[in-house]
Ligand binder design. Structure first.
Ligand code: ADP
Ligand code: MG
Length: 351
């Protein structure tokens, strides 16, 4: 991945300090596994743990978290719950992304051999506008019984996302980008997003560009997903399409997603689930969060440590087939983690 963070990342005595936001549900247990695996891999990272009270009616914890990420430059994060029904209390997940201007979310959906899934050999990259669109959180009841919700699309953000996508495709040798939209109905908002991506596409003649309407896209993803290479889309379509594609290859527990802005980066599980119903049962799949940890190590420049953990994950999932129940297996979360640690300890590529 192209590194786009321009502010130096915190590095004390050769170790990176990073913010860790466990969030609710399965977040805290998954973070325990990340710490454990990082310890055995010798990853030079120290965590600053920040808990955000889901019941809070104020934004004190939230502001502290944002300050921490601004200081460290990098965070690993679970999904944060926001219990308040008041429209004054923002979704903390959205607020963090907006405040840090993490304008793009990138999700590389690649099949794991050995995992029973609806589709095989998937390799799709979803690049999503991450701060505006339907997530603008500008809603009001204009008269009783009538609610208006604003979808914001700006040329500058559409352009940043398109440019990021084409640069990413170029750097990573991808051949085709598809813009997903509903410009036939939302002519101005989605129209602007689509036209902007077409404009940027002209600067990259070596990469094929086409577009597809979101509803057709969902059908095509289920029936003929191999036609897709890199996809770009606005925020809400991105959320839905990410979940569809993750579902095709093994569900919510397997993949990680990256959030980038010009200054900061946040790494988290791809589908951003809380997993409240499975919390504390030792059955959550630890792979999505561990992969987020690998993405973070790569971003920090610790390529060897990232490779070490990634290989151990691959061996555990694809060769040993130690799978949690979400993948059809019977292993506990801790069985998966233990096997990953065993592979790390046996590896001859330990840094
Ligand atoms: P909830 O609304 O109960 O918090 P989510 O919406 O967070 O559930 O998650 C959607 C589905 O994905 C749930 O069935 C949840 O159990 C499952 N899920 C999410 N993360 C994981 C994981 N790491 N391992 C296994 N299943 C997961
Ligand atoms: Mg949910």
């Amino acid at each position: 991945t192209k590194k786009i963070t321009s502010i130096p990342i915190a590095l004390y005595g050769g170790r990176n300090a990073v913010s860790m936001l466990p969030g609710g549900g399965i977040g805290p247990e998954l973070m325990t596994y990340v710490r454990e695996v990082f310890k055995y891999a010798g990853a030079p990272v120290d965590f600053e743990v920040i808990d955000i009270d889901a019941k809070a009616e104020d934004n004190i914890d939230l502001e502290y978290a944002i300050t921490s990420i601004k200081r460290n430059g990098v965070a690993i994060k679970g999904n944060i719950e926001t219990k308040s029904k008041s429209s004054d209390v923002l979704s903390r997940n959205v607020a963090i992304r907006n405040e840090l201007d993490l304008f793009v979310n990138i999700l590389h959906v690649k099949s794991y051999p050995g995992v029973v899934a609806r589709q095989k050999d998937i390799d799709i990259v979803i690049i999503r506008q991450n701060t505006e669109g339907e997530y603008a959180m500008l809603e009001h009841e204009s008269v009783e019984g009538v609610v208006e919700s604003m979808k914001i699309v700006t040329e500058s953000n559409s352009e940043r996302v398109a440019r990021f996508a084409f640069e990413w495709a170029k750097t990573n040798g991808r051949k085709k980008i598809t813009t997903i939209h509903k410009a036939n109905i939302m002519k101005l908002s989605d129209g602007l997003f689509l036209e902007t991506s077409k404009k940027i596409a002209k600067e990259y003649p070596e990469i094929e560009h086409n577009d597809m309407i979101i509803d057709n896209c969902c059908m095509q993803l289920v029936s003929r997903p191999h036609q897709f290479d890199v996809m770009i889309m606005t925020n809400l379509y991105g959320s839905i399409v990410s979940n569809v594609v993750c579902g095709l290859i093994g569900g919510a527990g397997l993949l990680s997603g990256k959030n980038y802005g010009s200054h900061y980066a946040i790494f988290e599980p791809a589908t951003r689930n809380t997993g409240k119903a499975i919390a504390g049962k030792n059955i959550a799949n630890p792979i999505a969060m561990l992969s987020a940890g690998c993405d973070m190590l790569q971003h920090l420049g610790h390529q060897q440590h990232a490779n070490l953990i990634q290989r151990a994950i691959f061996k555990t999932i694809s060769e040993d087939k130690i799978h949690t129940p979400d993948l059809g297996g019977t292993a506990k979360s801790t069985d998966v983690v233990q096997r990953i640690i065993d592979h790390i300890l046996q590896s001859d590529i330990r840094p």
